[in-house]
Write a new protein. Structure first.
Length: 159
């Protein structure tokens, strides 16, 4: 499994990095999936593109495929409960009960989020336990001007 001292130090360092909290959503003909994620980053402006990192064991992983759409829902500082809900595998069926979820054609997005970044997956790179999904941004919806939900030092920072 690698050097446990390096892994321990790496985890400590990663916990010190403050990140915006997002919920990644994807759907197919039969299922809707949502996953809380902080491993989200802009890739380029020309063309506008994003990357997301997803554990291969996450239920959303097999829905994310090349040429499929996914949405990065940037959570507001009032959406900590949604973040917790979408990070608990046992609550998977109750994630979409809130009225703020909107299903549009082949995407699902949360209208209470600060913004929704709608992407089309252009490439996938596997790396050990995770896959890196690159997506060209095809639309951005800005919903409100509230502050974003932040995570760092092993907890939410908006409390």
């Amino acid at each position: 499994m690698g050097n446990s001292k390096v892994q321990e130090d790496f985890l400590t360092t990663m916990r010190s990095i403050t990140s915006t909290v997002n919920v990644i959503t994807a759907t197919n003909d039969y299922e809707k999936h949502a996953m809380t994620a902080t491993s989200v980053a802009s890739l380029s402006l020309e063309p506008p593109a994003m990357i997301i990192c997803v554990n291969k064991e996450a239920s959303i992983h097999n829905i994310l495929k090349k040429d499929k759409k996914f949405v990065i829902n940037v959570l507001s500082n009032k959406q900590q409960n949604l973040s917790v809900l979408c990070s608990n595998p046992e609550k998977e069926q109750s994630r979409f009960k809130d009225e703020s979820w909107v299903h549009e054609e082949d995407i699902i997005l949360n209208t209470d989020s600060v913004s929704n970044i709608i992407c089309k997956c252009t490439s996938i790179m596997d790396h050990t336990t995770h896959s890196i999904f690159c997506g060209d941004v095809i639309e951005v919806k800005i919903n409100n001007q509230e502050g974003v939900l932040l995570y760092g030092s092993g907890g939410y920072l908006n409390d």
